[in-house]
Write a protein that binds this ligand. Structure first.
Ligand SMILES: C[S@@+](CC[C@H](N)C(=O)[O-])C[C@H]1O[C@@H](n2cnc3c(N)ncnc32)[C@H](O)[C@@H]1O
Length: 344
């Protein structure tokens, strides 16, 4: 069964609500699956406790039975935005929110909130179900929606304290143990669980400015040299001061290049062979750098940037920017421009 069929059937399904759980019958699996169960209450309360402080602006993704929402409310947030995509659960959410003036209901998927580019939160809580976007885009999303220092927590699939909690690595995650007593179910049956917490520092952009002089180990050069190791790269320590700092170690990769330059006043730089998120023809897709094309929309800390091309003087060498400095799905350093690619 294709994964997406499972997801479509969930959104179209009539759910069964009882006091202690929400379930639905998945026709593709010919099985009944739990979406949320009341035994998870200690987990939800711990999530709210570690991530939410009074006066916070909180974003919660996935309402379910509203257990986490109730725990968040108990911590007196300044605002509490809840995004939910299942039509039957939206009805429950609206009824629950009716007497809570600080609750903002968003109907749809959490990724839809990216269009509200200016809105950021002190806490982001993610507990969704059959969610295609989760592993690919959650980190990227958080970096778009979090205030500096925001606390982020999410459903920990493994329940442990390893990187299995998501299908990507996110450093600096702390875990708080919770004892639980699950009623037998299809997704979690252990008696301890660890609530993950990431406190996010929003990095400021840096890069190499147009017109900067390029030096390699002190000697002037027309070649751009990037260090091969992440974090050990040619960069401009202070974007307002384009004196370059060659932080490279022993091994550098050299690129013939016309120069690094700014796009829409942003700085460019970058490296990653990992997929990144771009919008093309109004759809979100994952592409690796070499497949980014002119017209793609890239998302930066400051909002959207369209990839454009730039003509160069014929005397200059066609350049290859084959690396973009990204943090998995998120651009640290804004955007590259790639007019054409040849071998170096
Ligand atoms: C496990 S339940 C959430 C339980 C909730 N934390 C609680 O305490 O009751 C998952 C919820 O996420 C919703 N959901 C799934 N994918 C979503 C998405 N992409 N955007 C918003 N909500 C989503 C589901 O409809 C469901 O209500």
């Amino acid at each position: 069964m294709a994964e997406h069929q499972f997801r479509d059937s969930y959104l179209a399904a009539n759910l069964t609500f009882t006091d202690d759980k929400i379930t639905y019958h998945c026709p593709e699996l010919d099985d009944t699956r739990e979406i949320m169960m009341s035994w998870e209450q200690p987990i939800m309360e711990k999530m709210a406790e570690v991530a939410v402080a009074a006066g916070d602006h909180v974003l919660e993704c996935g309402f379910g039975m509203g257990i986490l929402s109730t725990a968040v409310q108990a911590r007196n947030p300044a605002s509490h935005t809840i995004v939910e995509c299942h039509p039957e659960i939206i009805v429950k959410l609206k009824a629950w929110a009716a007497d809570k003036p600080n609750v903002i209901v968003k109907e749809g998927k959490w990724m839809d909130l990216l269009s509200e580019s200016a809105v950021r939160y002190n806490a982001i809580l993610m507990d969704t179900y059959v969610d295609d976007d989760l592993h690919a885009k959650f980190r990227y999303f958080c970096k778009q929606k979090a205030k500096n220092g925001a606390k982020i927590s999410w459903w920990n699939w493994s329940g442990g304290t390893t990187n299995d909690y998501m299908k990507f690595y996110w450093g600096g995650v702390t875990f708080t143990e919770v004892s639980v007593n699950p009623v037998e179910n299809s997704y979690y049956n252990r008696d301890t669980y660890h609530v993950p917490l990431k406190q996010l520092t929003i990095e400021s952009g840096f890069g190499i400015k147009e017109g900067s002089l390029i030096y390699d180990s002190g000697s002037s050069s027309v070649d751009i040299k990037y260090a091969s190791q992440p974090g050990d790269r040619l960069s401009c320590a202070d974007p307002s001061n384009p004196s370059l700092e060659n932080k490279s170690g022993a091994k550098c990769k050299s690129m013939k290049c016309q120069g690094l330059f700014t796009l829409n006043t942003n700085l460019i730089s970058g490296s990653s062979k990992l997929p990144m998120v771009v919008k093309r023809n109004n759809s979100w897709i994952d592409v690796i750098l070499k497949d980014v094309v002119v017209g793609d929309i890239l998302y930066t800390l400051d909002g959207e940037v369209e990839v454009t091309s730039k003509d160069f003087d014929n005397s200059e060498t066609i350049h290859i920017i084959y690396e973009i400095q990204s943090d998995f799905n998120y651009f640290v350093n804004k955007v590259l421009i790639r007019k054409s690619i040849t071998d170096a």
